[in-house]
Design a binder for this molecule. Structure first.
Ligand SMILES: [Zn+2]
Length: 346
């Protein structure tokens, strides 16, 4: 009898705190962006209800990402949903990329770019304020009016909506401050060596389909004093391998898990473009070093004519998605296994 009372009480409590799935979505008082347009807010709500039903297949992480958008096209409302899927070693198609790919399939690339105003994620609690991984940022920049794109999270527990700006996760290369080599805190002559290595690397690589103004070379200096270099490489399936990724993979191959600086150089006279996917690689790798007390990796841009810009990889990837924040013990367990050195006490 007592058990029955507790059970009934528990069900009643759950019913009181969780609104029914038909309750209207409202803007959270904590939303950084206010939405004054009731029709837009209603569209966000309908997108969230559609996202809640999106299929996913996160066979590795178990982390479901259910997303959608809603927009008006030729006088009718279109809702495009997306769900994350994972496969292989690990690889993934993320929810926001899935949404924009579906929107493009439904109405075409130009209409999708013109009409999609937000990506909405259905979540229990909407924790964190990441603007997605680097690769998804590259895709949003390519397929949406990203400067005004809204990043929406619908909190299922109280059916409130938190709206942020996608552009708060961007940092243009030109925004990095101009620097003099002597101000970077690296050993004398190392910057010249790194720039020369990046320039030499850029002479190589694979550019079957890559425009010259996107081809880059990169060179990284590790805390142990070694230099690694790499160039970008494309292929017929368009699975691009980035210069910064090549540098990091070589350093990791040598179990050299702390990079002090990475120099990137593109066409002479221009600041190189550093894809957000590359920044994601560099940010995650930098977290290996910072977890062991090393400073964050500096990302240094060279214009090929003697001018430099520099900032930490953390500056280049605002509002990050990162394993170091998602699961810090995974990084420490991995480094301890690879280096045989336990993480310093916190
Ligand atoms: Zn992503």
């Amino acid at each position: 009898m007592r058990f029955r009372f507790v059970l009934v009480f528990a069900l009643a409590s759950t019913g009181c705190s969780t609104p029914p799935p038909t309750a209207p979505w409202t803007l959270s008082s904590e939303s950084p962006v206010r939405i004054d347009d009731p029709a837009l807010l209603a569209r966000m709500g309908r997108a969230l209800d559609a996202a809640a039903l999106a299929g996913t297949d996160p066979v590795i992480s178990g982390h479901h990402v259910r997303a959608a958008t809603s927009f008006t096209h030729e006088g009718r409302e279109v809702v495009a949903v997306g769900g994350n899927t994972e496969y292989g070693v690990p690889q993934a198609v993320h929810g926001e990329v899935s949404v924009m790919n579906h929107a493009t399939a439904l109405v075409g690339a130009e209409a999708a770019r013109r009409e999609v105003r937000f990506i909405a994620f259905h979540s229990q609690t909407c924790e964190g304020d990441s603007r997605g991984c680097g690769d998804c940022r590259d895709y949003m920049r390519a397929t949406t009016e990203y400067r005004s794109l809204l990043w929406v999270c619908g909190r299922a527990v109280d059916r409130t909506i938190v709206v942020r700006r996608f552009a708060d996760g961007l940092f243009e290369e030109e925004s990095a401050p101009d620097v003099e080599p002597a101000s970077l805190g690296l050993p004398a002559g190392e910057i010249d060596r790194l720039v020369a290595a990046a320039r030499e690397a850029r002479r190589g690589g694979i550019t079957l389909f890559t425009a010259a103004d996107r081809h880059t070379g990169a060179a990284g200096l590790s805390a142990s004093g070694r230099i690694y270099r790499s160039a970008g490489a494309d292929d017929a399936a368009f699975h691009y391998r980035f210069a910064v990724g090549g540098v990091i993979q070589q350093a990791a191959t040598e179990r050299d898990y702390a990079l002090r600086a990475i120099v990137v150089e593109g066409e002479p006279g221009a600041w190189p473009r550093v894809a957000y996917r590359e920044r994601q690689y560099a940010f995650d790798y930098s977290s290996f070093g910072t977890s062991r007390g090393e400073p964050a990796t500096l990302l240094i841009l060279s214009d090929g004519q003697g001018r430099l810009k520099a900032a930490t990889v953390e500056t280049f990837l605002p509002k990050p998605f990162s394993v170091a924040r998602f699961n810090p013990t995974a990084v420490e367990r991995f480094l301890e296994r690879q280096t045989g050195i336990a993480a310093p006490a916190r």
